[in-house]
Write a protein that binds this ligand. Structure first.
Ligand code: SAM
Length: 283
C-alpha cells in the first residue's frame, strides 16, 4: 500500500485530470507525443495514432540522452511509460511523482525494476546523484527556480537536465489554461544563472499540435454532446434543477469550455513545445 503524503490542492486537480485522461486512453504515456508523419485529415486523429506518436516521442527523448548516461531520475514520471522504455534501453531509472495512484501504476508497469519516490520535486530529499534528470511534460508544474536548484543538487558534476514540455513563447499570455507553462526566456535565464549550459534544443510544436486537435475534436464530438444530452434529460425530468445547473454552467464552466475549444489557436499564437538538453557546469 503506497504511503500517503500531503498533496497541494492544485496538484490534486492535476491528478484528477490525469486520471481522467488515463481512463480515456489507457496509455502508459501522459505526454502529447510526436506526430511524424503529420496527420492529413481529422480521420487520422485517433487514439491508436496517438499511441504511435507517444512512442515516437519517447524515441525522440532517447536521441537527446548523452551516450555516457547511466542513471536517470524521471521527475513527474506519470505511470511509467518513459521509464519502462528507458529501462529497456539499459539505463538505471528512478521515478518521482506526487500521486499514490501513479505510484501503483508505475511500479506495476516497470515490474519493480525502478524505484519510485512519492514526492513533489521541490520537496524531494534524495541521497543519490544522477547523470541525467528528465522532466517530460512535468516542468510546467514546477517553478523554474525549483527546477534549477533541485536539479543542480541532485546531478553529478557535468550532469544533464532534459526538459521536454509545452512553454509560453509569448510572455503576455498570462491568464488561461496554459498560463502555468514556463515562459521560454524566463526558464532559459533561470537555468543559465544556476550554472547550466544549453547543449541542444529542438522545437517540436508542429509535431505535438495534432494531439491538441485530437483532444478538441473528441471534446466537441463526445464531451459536449454527452453533456447536452444529460442537460436535455434533466430539463425533461427535473426542470428546476435544469435552471440551477444552467446558471452554474454560465457562471463557472462556459468560459472554460469556450477556451478549451479555442486551444489550437491559443497554442499557435502563444505557446510552443520544446525539447531542451542542459548541462550542469563541471566542478
Ligand atoms: C503530464 S504528466 C507527464 C508524465 C510523464 N513524464 C510522461 O511524459 O508521460 C505530468 C507529471 O508531472 C507530475 N507532477 C506534477 N507536479 C509535480 C511536482 N511538483 N513535482 C514532481 N512531479 C510533478 C504529475 O504527477 C505527472 O506525473
Amino acid at each position: 500500500m503506497p504511503k500517503s503524503i500531503t498533496i497541494s490542492q492544485a496538484t490534486r486537480y492535476q491528478n484528477a485530470a490525469l486520471n481522467y485522461y488515463l481512463g480515456l486512453t489507457d496509455s502508459p504515456f501522459l505526454h502529447y507525443g510526436y506526430w511524424e508523419p503529420l496527420p492529413k485529415s481529422i480521420e487520422e486523429l485517433t487514439i491508436t495514432r496517438l499511441r504511435t506518436a507517444q512512442q515516437a516521442y519517447a524515441d525522440k527523448l532517447l536521441s537527446f540522452i548523452p551516450v555516457d548516461t547511466k542513471n536517470i531520475l524521471d521527475v513527474g514520471c506519470g505511470t511509467g511509460g518513459n521509464a519502462g522504455f528507458l529501462l529497456s534501453k539499459g539505463f538505471s531509472v528512478e521515478g518521482l511523482a506526487p500521486d499514490p495512484f501513479q505510484q501503483e501504476r508505475f511500479l506495476k508497469y516497470t515490474k519493480g525494476q525502478a524505484a519510485f519516490h512519492l514526492s513533489e520535486f521541490q520537496n524531494f530529499k534524495g541521497t543519490t546523484k544522477y547523470d541525467l534528470i528528465l522532466l517530460s511534460e512535468s516542468s510546467q508544474y514546477i517553478q523554474a527556480s525549483d527546477i534549477a536548484n533541485c536539479s543542480s543538487a541532485l546531478l553529478n558534476s557535468g550532469g544533464y537536465l532534459l526538459i521536454a514540455d509545452m512553454m509560453r513563447s509569448d510572455s503576455s499570455y498570462q491568464d488561461g489554461i496554459f498560463s502555468n507553462c514556463h515562459v521560454v526566456k524566463d526558464l532559459h535565464n533561470t537555468l543559465l544563472e544556476a550554472g547550466f549550459t544549453l547543449v541542444r534544443d529542438e522545437d517540436i510544436s508542429t509535431q505535438a499540435a495534432p494531439t491538441i486537435d485530437l483532444a478538441v475534436e473528441n471534446f466537441r464530438r463526445f464531451g459536449l454532446s454527452t453533456f447536452t444530452y444529460i442537460a436535455d434529460l434533466i430539463a425533461i425530468a427535473v426542470p428546476p434543477l435544469h435552471k440551477i445547473l444552467g446558471w452554474a454552467y454560465k457562471k463557472w464552466l462556459q468560459k472554460l469550455v469556450v477556451e478549451g475549444l479555442d486551444t489550437p489557436n491559443i497554442f499557435k499564437q502563444s505557446l510552443c513545445y520544446q525539447i531542451q538538453l542542459w548541462q550542469l557546469a563541471k566542478h
